[in-house]
Design a protein around this ligand. Structure first.
Ligand SMILES: *Cc1c(COP(=O)(O)O)cnc(C)c1O
Length: 369
């Protein structure tokens, strides 16, 4: 049996008529940049996140950069984030001119270790970017409390967590501002690059929208220099169609995760946990494999037609790109460093079938026996 890591084609096939119609409408109306399709999706996605404002942008990385700039973060400032994320999170910090400050992860949730944030706060710290990695909400309450005590802003990197909940609150509505990616493989994925910023703060919303559109509000009244980062009409129309299916797809992801958990309960891998009173949306289903056998397990699964991934094989502070920070991997980020050698992402998508999960688990059991 061949099982791909994600299956975007299968999802498209299930909504082909709706998607093709939506794309044709945008082209028919020549509503390529801005216009009714973008406005309509912005309203729908803001409402989905329980936020007052939503600004469509070019991609998730831009969303982070623009959010940081809207908060006046730049040269001389420090921004704290998690040691385990995709590089876009830290890249965005550096792009504003600020310094990225990494915090080790909690080995059970793989999210930022909230007990290790305080020791990294200095007089230059301006913000914290918790990442809701793999679709698991970061532990926001202690982060908000630290932010309150030290007068810091909180930017949620929600690129992997569309529709997740933390203690009854919607991911994206908890910090000062939040950033989403609609990269095709994300839980809500466009058919190209796309992203969004959401916030309940009126002023931040105006500022972010201005920065994303060359620093202007009207046609040529540029008040500042911004960037060109816009959600286009075709992507907005596609996302609007897909947003209507997202709850149902999220439930399928969660069902698949719990089915994996159940079948893997006696296997020699650690299955993911959810922190209390949260709804995780399983962008990825990540297990942990001990005793240096991850590579062999991955090869065994591959030989049986099963694709897997590693998110991420090198923790951010250990990347060459951050050698200039002079960190020692094992001393400074022991948990992120250890996890990066043991984590393995199994196939996870709404369309994954029970029989496929059974097959994957059977092959994992074969490997360990
Ligand atoms: C995908 C992703 C981003 C960046 O989004 P793009 O749309 O690819 O620019 C940022 N942060 C995290 C955690 C991501 O997974």
């Amino acid at each position: 049996m061949n099982i791909t890591f994600v299956d975007l084609k299968r999802q498209y096939d299930s909504i082909k008529t709706e998607i093709d119609g939506a794309i044709a409408n945008v082209i028919g109306d020549s509503a390529f940049i801005g216009g009714p399709y973008v406005e309509s999706f912005e309203r729908a996605f803001g409402s989905f996140c329980c936020t007052k404002h939503c600004i469509g942008v070019g991609n998730g990385t831009d969303a982070l950069c623009i959010a940081l700039r809207a908060l006046n973060i730049g040269r001389g400032d420090e921004v704290i984030t998690a040691a385990n994320s995709f590089i876009a999170t830290s890249e965005a910090i550096t792009m504003t001119g600020a310094k990225v400050v990494f915090v080790d992860i909690n080995p059970e949730t793989y999210n930022i270790d909230v007990d290790k944030i305080a020791e990294k706060i200095t007089s230059r710290t301006k913000a914290i970017i918790p990442v809701h990695l793999y679709g698991q909400p970061a532990d926001m309450d202690p982060i908000l409390e630290l932010a309150r005590q030290h007068n810091l802003r909180v930017i949620e990197d929600a690129a992997q967590a569309h529709g997740a909940l933390y203690r009854g609150r919607h991911i994206g509505s908890i910090g000062d501002i939040a950033c989403f990616s609609f990269y095709p493989g994300k839980n809500l994925g466009a058919y190209g690059d796309a992203g969004a910023i959401v916030t309940n703060d009126d002023q931040l919303s105006v500022k972010a929208r201005k920065i994303a559109n060359h620093g202007r509000t009207q046609k040529y009244d540029h008040e500042i220099e911004g960037v060109n980062s816009r959600l286009d009409g075709i992507q907005a129309a596609i996302l609007q169609v897909k947003l209507n299916h997202l709850l149902e797809w999220t439930e399928s992801r969660r069902r698949n995760a719990y089915f994996y958990n159940e079948l893997l309960r006696n296997a020699d891998v650690m299955t993911p946990i959810e922190i209390e009173n949260t709804k995780a949306v399983y962008h990825l289903y990540v297990v942990r494999v001990k005793n240096d056998c991850r590579q062999k397990l991955q090869e065994h699964l591959k030989a049986n037609g099963i694709a897997t991934g590693i998110h991420y094989p090198i923790a951010l502070p250990n990347l060459k790109a951050y050698a200039y920070l002079g960190h020692n991997a094992h001393r400074d980020f022991p948990e992120a460093t250890k996890a990066s050698k043991e984590i393995l992402s199994l196939p996870m998508y709404p369309e994954l079938e029970k029989s496929q999960i059974e097959y994957i688990v059977e092959k994992i059991a074969d490997f360990f026996s």
